[in-house]
Ligand binder design. Structure first.
Ligand code: HEM
Length: 500
């Protein structure tokens, strides 16, 4: 039932791990405990190289910085892809996150210039507008009473995605039942009963059972139709499109750049040139993106950018509420940096050391992706710190337990303590490379990280300026996470909000 050779090899090499059971491997642990808690326990019990089973699939969990570097950077060619999920959906399987091989290289090359800091600057005002609406909404409800803050941040994140990826103005805070909001939220409802077979059963069995994808299709169809309409409109308005600075237009432009093969004639800022050059090293072939691929990426921005940013902001608000001294220091830094109108520009925002430290420390304690994963595309030998070699076969899954690494005493003193000072410029060098991975690492890292950082920092800066986060009698002393989710999702995050 199990793929014995891998287990036997790992055992012979002294790689420890929990005992698997038939068919399910170690997957059932996830039904009773959140993955983040499981991983912290694994690291304590079995060390930094651990063998586990996702159903029948052997997975090597790696928490040694040098090997993480080998997998994600040095031997990237061998570990370029994540596991191939059961997706037979004609659009969903074109999303960058799920793509593999040359298709991934082509898409990432075309899309990378979309996320340069130059492009983020042009999108800044769209995000600022959403922050304004969120503050207006909080003005009405802020009275210090207990609020589950995640849904509030979710509405903000949806406003941002709607306006930056779907060129659509919604106000999710005041119109929570609009079509976009309802479908946006539903698209994120992973179907657990589809997820389990896809982890546990082989692909042919999933196909026979009609499991086409883990994603909920109906609300996704709504997003595809929307993106299709926008694309058609933009095509009709040739020449006018240059006025748009949203992701769809950037994807159309990036694609056009490749179609015309005229990169050199486009006026690129320094950082854009750097990205294009790096990505061109990965890119080969002359293909461009199809319309379906552009639609798939818009949908992916919703999926990748909605829950991750909302959850990150909820955790950050929670820690600020619990640490009034940190909040006060952040408030002083932000107020000092704002102009007489209470505005702060892109460069100023990104130059604030304490805001950066608070944000980074919050992402250390609560990295949304509990694990990173890579699938070996060819045989490789991993070198451990003890000098032992671990042979990896083609198709072997390797996972990096980010949350457990961030919470390990091995890499962070007092790992469960919220201490932004760790990330101040004078202390940052003490953090060992490849032990801080909230956005992943290497060429397959989060392509949207600049956007996410801009969005979270801009929102938190304005919130802290206008409101005070407090604890209430219902604020959780310790957050509880949901089971069966690959992401770190708290059941609720309760704080109070008062006007300053
Ligand atoms: C705080 C917010 C966010 C967090 C914590 C986050 C985290 C991550 C992580 C951990 C990965 C996997 C990286 C790896 O395997 O090394 C990832 C991939 C990705 N993220 Fe994000 N992300 C965030 C926001 C966003 C946003 C706003 C977008 C898009 C607008 C985005 C788009 C993507 C995409 C497309 C990938 C797949 C990249 C590829 O496979 O080439 N993310 N993200």
């Amino acid at each position: 039932m199990f793929r014995r050779p891998m287990r036997l090899i790992l055992m012979r090499l002294g790689v420890n791990g929990p005992k698997p059971i038939v068919v399910f491997g170690n997957f059932l642990h996830r039904c009773v405990r959140p993955l983040a808690v499981i991983d912290v326990g694994y690291l304590k019990k079995y060390g930094t190289i651990i063998g586990v089973y996702d159903g029948r699939n052997p997975v090597l969990l790696v928490a040694e910085p040098e090997i993480i570097k080998q997998i994600t950077v040095k031997d990237f060619q061998a570990f370029a892809d994540r596991r191939s999920l059961t997706t037979e959906h004609p659009i969903i399987n074109k999303a960058l996150f799920l793509n593999t091989g040359d298709d991934w290289k082509r898409l990432r090359t075309i899309m990378s210039p979309t996320f340069t800091s130059g492009k983020m600057r042009r999108m800044y005002h769209l995000v600022r507008e959403c922050v304004r609406e969120m503050c207006d909404h909080l003005d009405v409800i802020a009275g210090g009473q207990p609020i589950n803050i995640r849904p509030v941040h979710q509405c903000f994140a949806l406003d941002v995605i709607a306006s930056c990826a779907f060129a659509t103005k919604i106000n999710a805070q005041s119109e929570p039942n609009s079509e976009f909001v309802v479908n946006g939220r539903r698209a994120m409802d992973f179907n657990v009963w589809q997820m389990i077979p896809s982890f546990v059963f082989p692909k042919w069995l999933n196909r026979a059972l009609g499991v086409r994808t883990q994603f909920v299709e109906e609300p996704s169809e709504y997003m595809f139709t929307m993106a299709r309409h926008i694309l058609a409109n933009r095509r009709r308005q040739t020449g006018v499109g240059k006025e748009y600075h949203d992701f769809i237009q950037l994807l159309i432009d990036a694609n056009a750049r490749h179609t015309n093969n005229n990169n050199k004639s486009i006026d690129l800022s320094d950082d854009e040139e750097e990205v294009v050059e790096t990505q061109q090293k990965l890119y080969f072939g002359t293909k461009t993106m199809t319309e379906e691929e552009i639609i798939a990426q818009s949908w992916l921005f919703l999926l990748a950018g909605f829950e991750s940013t909302a959850t990150t902001m909820a955790y950050l608000s929670y820690e600020l509420a619990r640490n009034p001294d940190v909040q006060q220091r952040l408030y002083e830094e932000v107020v000092e940096a704002m102009d007489s109108e209470g505005e702060i520009d892109y460069d100023r925002l990104h130059g604030l050391p304490y805001l950066d430290a608070v944000f980074s420390e919050s992402m250390r304690l609560y990295p949304v992706a509990t694990r990173l994963e890579r699938e070996a595309g060819q045989p490789v030998v991993l070198k451990t710190s003890s000098g032992a070699d671990i042979p990896i076969f083609k198709g072997q899954l390797v996972e990096i337990p980010v949350h457990a690494i961030h919470r390990s005493e091995r890499y962070y003193p007092n790992p469960n303590q919220f201490d932004p000072d760790r990330f101040l410029p004078q202390n940052k060098h003490l953090i060992a490379p490849y032990t801080y991975l909230p956005f992943g690492t290497g060429p397959r890292n989060c392509i949207g990280n600049r956007f996410a950082i801009m969005e979270v920092k801009l929102c938190i800066a304005h919130l802290v300026k206008r409101f005070r986060f407090t604890t209430t009698a219902q604020t959780e002393s310790k957050l509880l996470y949901v089971n069966l989710s690959p992401a770190l999702v708290a059941k609720s995050v309760t704080i109070g909000i008062e006007k300053r």
